[in-house]
Design a protein. Sequence first.
Length: 158
Amino acid sequence: MSAEPEPQVRRCTEIGVAPLRALLEPLGLHIETVADGESIPGSYWGETEAGLIGDVLYLRADTPVHSALHEACHWLCADDARRAAMHTNAGGEDVEEHAVCYLECLLAERLAGYSRSECFTDMDAWGYHFILGSAQAWFERDADDALAWLERRRPPGY
């Protein structure tokens, strides 16, 4: 049985690391690149997925842009104590995960070489599951809990 091919999504190599650094480093998150073929430290899902350890986001050229944004948003949404101890599994409750996804979509619009609509498409291709059937439908019509959480917490970048 052969492995399923990875979904067709935008990869960091397509936009470069500089736009991610320009967006995230002023917010306090540092980016470290990993050589092609090397394991990504702190990657919860493994393979090409971004990793998170403390205040460092790890990625490779083949890391999906939405994965880099998602892990970054986990860090942004965490309080200082969780940020300092963060290693591989960002943790948090369900509503925080929703807020992370929402913030990911917001930041996509501010990331040079990427867009919110591309983020929606990539989330759908990667297999995010939303009751309304798509990331865009969720974002526009079913994310009240995420938005309320972000309004209360006001994480960096929001």
